[in-house]
Design a protein. Sequence first.
Length: 296
Amino acid sequence: MIFLISIGFLDMNFADILDILLVSFIMYQLYNLVKGSVASRILLGGLAVYALYLMVSAAGMELLSTILGQFMGVGVLVIIILFQQEIRKFLLVIGKATPFGRYSFIKSFWSRTSSSENTFKINAVVEAAQEMSASLTGALVVFSRSSELKFYAESGDEIDAIVSKRLLISIFQKFSPLHDGAVIISMDGRVVAARCILPVSENDSLPASLGLRHRAAIGLTEIADAVVVVVSEETGQMSIVRNGKIYRNLDPEAMTQRLTLLLNEDNSNKKDGKTEVKPGEMPPPDNNASNQSLEG
């Protein structure tokens, strides 16, 4: 066996270096998931208990070592119970990053919709968003892409209907029992479910002015392949969220262009002259929205 590094008793080959890098990457991703949340304090507490267990074992304190040993014996089960949300989020991130979680050619071939069908559902959503913006009606519309978002669709009420302007307006009108939550639209242009619960972003760098509706849109697109349309209930601003980035204060024409770009070409890096806001950043002031917040 050929060793790349040999320092005294320490012999390391390529597999050892790769092993260290992979463990470091996984630990870094886990740290990002729990950073700034209650889970981080629980994790620190667990590490403190484990360090105490090692100390009392080394000191030969049999009684305390036995008690802590029993606790450490069920540590895996405790971790699964306490960190079930973080584990689910971590697995979603892993699944999104793997080639199997991406939109394969065969799947895209069978589920491909025509450009006219895409245009129809985009126009219906934009027209509904424009009317809800004028009446200060909050809305959250999710376009699923490679992922069907079944987990989030099952959290709401199943609808299974063709996308239409009147349907979306009736769902989000303030006295509707379905208005509180998100509407999920499938890749074939049908409304799958309404009143769906989305994961709220835990990004500490997001500005405080962002309301729960915008944070939920950002949170979903951070872990799932989706495009989200948001209408602010307070300001009436129309925004689009993709890959954790929010494009705000869009007019109907700009919203139609960007939705067409994201849903048909999947080229979210191309600019169309509108302001792009990354999480934690606020756009420069403009004449129409310099004093408006993003609440709602």
